[in-house]
Design a protein around this ligand. Structure first.
Ligand SMILES: O=C(O)CCC(=O)C(=O)O
Ligand SMILES: [Fe+2]
Length: 197
C-alpha cells in the first residue's frame, strides 16, 4: 500500500486505481449523516427476477440524481437531489477530482443484507465511482476478473470512510459486500456515479 492522494491509501491492485480514506468524515459528522440519511432518504424494498421468481433484494435502496438509470431491465426514474446528498457530493468531488450526477444508496439492515460479486461496468457509467460508508463496519472485497493468481483484496469499510474506484478498476475487478453472522449495526452506503449520454 502507498499513500498518494492526500489522506488516501492506494490499494495494491494491478489494473485498478482504488483509494481508501478510513476517516474521511469525522466521528461526529458521520453520526449526524447516518441519522439524517436514515430518516430523510426514501428507502425502497426492490425486487429482482431470479429463476422466474420475484425475490426481494437483500438490502433497501434509493436512487437520486439528474438522470434515470436502467437496472435489471427496469427503468428507474431518479428522485431530485436532497440537500444532504448535494452537500456530500460536493465534498467528495473536491477530494476525488471527479464529477458525479447521480447516487445509488444502499441500506444494509443487518449482517444478512449484502451485495454479491459484481462490477459497476455498464457502458453508460463513467469510470469514477465514490463509495461512502456510514454505520456498522462491514467487510468488503475485490477479486480480479481473470487473474486467479492474484489474491482477493479485503478491507473493512469504516463509519465515515470514502473508497474511490477509478480508472480501469471496474473492467478488471469484481467487488462484493459479503454477509456476516456477526451482530452488526445498520449500515448506509452511497455510491456517487456519473451517468453519460
Ligand atoms: O455497500 C457497498 O459498500 C457496496 C455497494 C456497491 O458495490 C454498489 O452499490 O455497487
Ligand atoms: Fe458496486
Amino acid at each position: 500500500m502507498k499513500t498518494d492522494k492526500q489522506g488516501f491509501i492506494q490499494l495494491d491492485m494491478p489494473e485498478a486505481e482504488v483509494y481508501y480514506a478510513p476517516n474521511f468524515f469525522s466521528k461526529d459528522e458521520s453520526n449526524l449523516y447516518l441519522q439524517q440519511l436514515t430518516e430523510e432518504v426514501a428507502w425502497q424494498q426492490e425486487e429482482i427476477k431470479m429463476f422466474g421468481k420475484q425475490l426481494p433484494l437483500p438490502r433497501l435502496t434509493a436512487w437520486y440524481g439528474d438522470k434515470g438509470y436502467t437496472y435489471s431491465g427496469l427503468y428507474n426514474a431518479p428522485q431530485p437531489w436532497l440537500p444532504i446528498l448535494l452537500e456530500l457530493k460536493k465534498r467528495i468531488e473536491a477530494a476525488s477530482g471527479d464529477r458525479y450526477n447521480s447516487v445509488l444508496l444502499n441500506y444494509y439492515r443487518h449482517g444478512q443484507d449484502s451485495m454479491g460479486w459484481h462490477a459497476d461496468d455498464e457502458k453508460s457509467l463513467g469510470p469514477g465511482i465514490a463509495s461512502v460508508s456510514f454505520g456498522g463496519e462491514r467487510g468488503f472485497a475485490f477479486r480480479h476478473r481473470k487473474r486467479k493468481d492474484l489474491p482477493t483484496v479485503k478491507l473493512t469499510l469504516q463509519h465515515g470512510s470514502l473508497l474511490l474506484m477509478q480508472g480501469t478498476t471496474q473492467q478488471h475487478w469484481h467487488h462484493q459486500l459479503p454477509k456476516t453472522s456477526r451482530p452488526i449495526a445498520p449500515r448506509i452506503n452511497l455510491t456517487f456515479r456519473t451517468i453519460m449520454g
